[in-house]
Design a binder for this molecule. Structure first.
Ligand code: HEM
Length: 301
């Protein structure tokens, strides 16, 4: 292959890395705004708002298309990054005689591949914990429940809220026992949950409604505030520490990556260079910091 072809192909790779990187920055902003509800909206209303938001994100066709673009961008950005790093190493087999990286480039820029790999590791573990459990695995997922105090009854009763606004008593999903003249009778459950969140009439085998998956409970339990239906996470403190550290790594990655992507796209003209660098650095500090405070607040408050 001619030298110019290698150059142009590596320029093309940088271009696509920049484009997918900037798209992932947009994803981060959307994901952050959605997740901030976890700490800014509290109580039963906050819990329902988050689960309804998560349901909308999982089912709206336009959002779904964006989600596929996000998965594709993560894969493409990572693979392209690895190929570029290997290509660069091969193209420069001999170390420069006067190599002084500290003087020639900022620290994060020299470690983009390592930082990117760590971010990818974080995303893989993060998706295994949240996304896989709620979207891919079809195991019965705890549904959104509310406790309601009915008139004249002292104890509260639990209900599942369905997507069409109905309340179905949780007790009707369990077999019950009733004392009759003939003795203790078993009353079979009226409903069952299938395919993660679909509510079926058990005897007739007919679908009655869809429940909301309790993603709020999943996240809260994972970060040390156990909720009904989810196991206690004995590693919550370590999980929080891992999130905070990972956000520091993400911050370093964005510190260089944001402005550099404008450079690769040919958009970092002299006039705007300073502004783009300043915006990129603010983005690199603020977005990961806001992500990091979510698990910290859930764990400590
Ligand atoms: C405290 C911080 C965060 C929380 C609480 C959080 C929460 C979640 C939850 C609950 C899901 C599952 C959504 C669903 O299945 O419908 C999810 C998916 C995901 N998260 Fe996060 N997240 C956080 C930070 C991040 C960060 C920093 C990144 C990237 C660097 C990230 C990347 C992703 C991706 C790629 C998905 C899959 C998206 C999709 O299917 O649409 N998350 N996150």
């Amino acid at each position: 292959m001619s030298k110019s072809a290698i150059l142009s192909s590596s320029i093309a790779k940088k271009y696509w890395m920049a484009l997918t990187g900037l798209f992932l920055c947009l994803f981060l902003v959307g994901h952050l705004l959605g997740n901030l509800q976890l700490i800014f909206k509290t109580g039963e209303e906050g819990k329902l708002a988050f689960n309804q938001y998560a349901h909308f994100m999982a089912t709206n066709p336009a959002v779904k298309a964006l989600a596929y673009l996000t998965y594709f961008s993560i894969l493409f950005h990572s693979i392209d990054g690895i190929v570029l790093t290997v290509q660069n190493k091969k193209a420069r087999p001999l170390k420069y005689a006067n190599n002084n990286p500290a003087a020639n480039s900022a620290l994060p820029s020299r470690y983009m591949a390592v930082l990117g790999t760590l971010v990818l590791l974080f995303i893989s573990l993060h998706m295994a914990n949240f996304w896989f459990k709620s979207k891919v695995s079809n195991a019965a997922f705890p549904l959104h429940k509310v406790s309601v105090q009915q008139d004249g009854v002292q104890t509260k009763m639990d209900f599942y809220i369905t997507q069409n606004g109905d309340y179905i008593p949780v007790s009707q999903f369990e077999e019950a026992e009733q004392m009759t003249e003939q003795g203790l009778m078993k009353i079979p459950a009226s409903f069952e949950i299938k395919n993660g969140s679909e509510i079926y009439l058990k005897k007739e085998g007919l679908k009655r409604a869809d429940g909301y998956k309790d993603l709020h409970g999943l996240v809260m339990s994972y970060f040390g505030k156990p909720k009904d239906g989810f196991p206690k996470n004995t590693w919550a403190g370590i999980a929080v520490g891992f999130y905070v550290l990972s956000m520091a790594v993400l911050s370093f990655h964005l510190w260089h990556g944001f402005a550099s992507s404008f450079q690769s796209l040919g958009l970092r003209s002299k006039k705007f260079a300073k502004g783009i660098t300043a915006f990129g650095r603010a983005f690199a500090l603020i977005v990961p910091a806001l992500f990091a405070i979510i698990p910290l607040i859930i764990y400590f408050f």
